[in-house]
Design a protein around this ligand. Structure first.
Ligand SMILES: Cc1ncc(COP(=O)(O)O)c(C=O)c1O
Length: 361
């Protein structure tokens, strides 16, 4: 081994991004593969957003505004909070890492339900915190059991709502009860990366909970509904003290000029953004119904993906789908997550699945 990496880093699993269509084509000797593995939306930038990105190109010789002042003001206005309650990061995943770095020491506890977003355990390991994993109940975050698992040593609880990979939600009332139960010394990170896709009326505006719970932080992103995954802009909303503290761990200029401009333009075009989200939601319903008609039991999908809990055949089914040109995300021994794409891509997935050697379950 060259150098002397921290043992915790040497043991850290490398982040596993969704497989590309090109990799699947090379592996299986096929062409025309499609990727439904990373929960991206199938649309290019809105015209006004493309214009904002283009206008930023002539400024790339300069550092961006590290504080992203204008963008934070726009987010604060859009979310109905004070600007001191808002910060931005290098994708919301960058902020999740910052929360771990800011709040956790070796031996502290980080609690979550499982399976959930794969970055949570990685960031716990990064800071040598103990992971406390509570099983999902009916594919959904079990906030009752999660609250019971919180101890005086728990520094952070991660709640993904909707959850990745299952796509299920917990109602805002349940989140409120949870917040009432956990000590204020424990930071509750409510990860709302897919919030814009939610149609379940039990999920309402969570920013109002910030008025009562100083230990709540909400993270959101421009990667999913806004379709700007490649530009890496996420944001967090919380108590000004929490925001000021987490800002200390932001890599200088981590949110670049093009990303800041694109995010502002996308907020200004929120009606168009919502229309696109509506199109994805229609397709989500159609795919879920088609799967149901084939005999699959599909968890209530509230994000831009569906979840097939196929258990121990997950890896095998994912390979079968890949051979048919559809790249999905397998969680070995648990299930397969399939992003909602455009109608043609979704039809390809449905046809490929029907052709696989697996009985709907
Ligand atoms: C639950 C959840 N949170 C956060 C993220 C991070 O997204 P980004 O860093 O692009 O904002 C993802 C990405 O897939 C996710 O699924």
């Amino acid at each position: 081994m060259t150098g002397r990496p921290r043992p915790a880093i040497a043991e850290l699993p490398a982040y596993r991004p969704g497989r590309s269509a090109a990799a699947a084509e090379a592996d299986h000797g096929i062409s025309d593969a499609i990727k439904l593995a990373s929960n991206e939306i199938p649309f290019g930038p809105l015209p006004s957003v493309a214009g904002a990105i283009a206008s930023g190109i002539e400024h790339v010789n300069l550092y961006a505004d590290h504080r992203a002042t204008a963008l934070r003001e726009d987010i604060a206005t859009a979310m109905g909070v004070d600007v001191a309650q808002v910060t931005v990061g290098n994708g919301s995943v960058g902020l999740l890492q910052q929360f771990a770095l800011t709040y956790c020491d070796r031996g502290d506890e980080v609690a979550m339900c499982w399976p959930s977003f794969e970055a949570y355990p990685v960031f716990a390991m990064l800071v040598e915190a103990e992971q406390v994993r509570v099983p999902l109940r009916a594919e959904t975050f079990d906030l009752d059991a999660l609250a019971a698992a919180v101890t005086p040593n728990t520094k952070i609880v991660f709640i993904a709502n909707p959850n990745n990979p299952t796509g299920t939600v917990v109602g805002t009332d349940e989140v409120e009860v949870f917040l009432d139960r956990v000590p204020s010394t424990c930071l509750v990170v409510l990860d709302e990366a897919y919030a814009e896709f939610v149609t379940d009326p039990a999920v309402t505006d969570t920013t109002r909970l910030l008025d009562v719970h100083d230990n709540l932080v909400i993270t959101r992103t421009f990667s999913k509904a806004h379709g700007l995954a490649g530009l890496r802009v996420g944001y967090a909303i919380g108590h000004p003290d929490v925001i000021a503290m987490v800002d200390r761990t932001l890599v200088p200029f981590a949110v670049n000029e093009l990303g800041q401009r694109a995010a502002r333009a996308s907020l200004a075009a929120s009606d168009e953004m919502r229309q696109r989200v509506g199109d994805v939601v229609v397709e989500r319903r159609r795919v879920a119904d088609a799967l149901g008609a084939e005999g699959w039991t599909v968890a209530d999908a509230q994000a831009n993906f569906v979840w097939l809990p196929v258990g121990d055949v997950a890896a095998d089914v994912a390979v079968q789908l890949e051979r048919r040109g559809v790249v999905t995300r397998a969680f070995p021994d648990v299930g397969i997550r399939v992003t909602i794409g455009d109608p043609v891509a979704n039809d390809r997935f449905l046809a490929a699945l029907a052709d696989c050697d697996i009985t709907p379950r």
